[in-house]
Design a protein around this ligand. Sequence first.
Ligand code: FAD
Length: 307
Amino acid sequence: MLGPVILAASRSDKMRKIVSAAPVTKPVVNRFIPGETVDQVVPIVRELADKGLEITLDVVGEDITEVEQSYAARDAYLELIGRLKELKLGERAEMSVKLSMFGQALENGHELALANVRPVVEAAAAIGTTVTLDAEDHTTLDSMFAIHEELRKDFPQTGCVIQAYLFRTEDDARRLAANGSRVRIVKGAYKEPAEVAYQNKAEIDQAYVRILKILMEGSGYPMIGSHDPRLIAITQELARRAGRKLDEYEFQMLYGIRSEEHVRLAAEGHRMRVYTAYGTDWYGYFMRRLAEKPANLLFFVRSMITK
Ligand code: FAD
């Protein structure tokens, strides 16, 4: 019940101001977003790499209102890629980007987001890595998939994300599985209406499995973004049935969630990538993590009361 309320708050400017300003927020935020600057996140990347994990880095931010912010987002990623190059971490870390942070919702946003993301994809390719386009709310997806297709003409390794809760996703999965794309499949983290998305957990899980089958049987590279133990076991079985080797798909989980499982799967020989978000504009990302598990909210509220 709490999840939808928190997701609604994740889009509220008033709540953003209250939560971001509360001094007790910080330690709770740090569990999911381990730094605000490149300097703070680099040691984390090293630590994860030393544990045998791969990384995907997200400079947090979304729903910008000014064109200049979209240029700043592009530059933040270029700075990050420069640092990864210096530190020779390019082959261990890819980038995840939200096109709304690159200006997708502004005037001529589709063109603006494509123009901003292209140099990031180029810079990533130059250091031997790649970029995955995150999936945001359903109204943004046609533009995201078109940008993905455009980028793949020059950079076929560019990935994108699909969300099992949307009715459209099985068709998207078929198209992406047939054209050999890198695709991250997730359950979906936004508040979506019943006209476009399953609302019930069991239905979302069933859709996830149907989509997994499509991806495993296709010619692309499936990236399984989930912490759900049942889906992880099903993935292993479907990969075996499809004759996929361990390096022909990967698992992905979020930093701060089921960390022992990251290490366990990597030790079993799986490629395990940890989605690591950093930056100052963490509100939307943080609120989605609270919405996924109401116990996180209790922890957050308790820390406010006991301070
Ligand atoms: P759930 O059934 O929600 O969780 C399974 C178990 O995992 C829970 O029982 C709990 O033990 C643990 N768990 C899950 N979430 C949390 C949490 N927040 N805090 C503590 N424990 C938790 N969504 C998008 O819409 N677009 C994206 O681009 C996107 N990218 C993602 C990238 C990665 C690598 C991952 C892992 C997720 C991404 N998501 C994205 C979020 C996703 O849609 C889900 O909201 C999120 O993964 C929770 O679903 P789950 O599959 O882990 O299953």
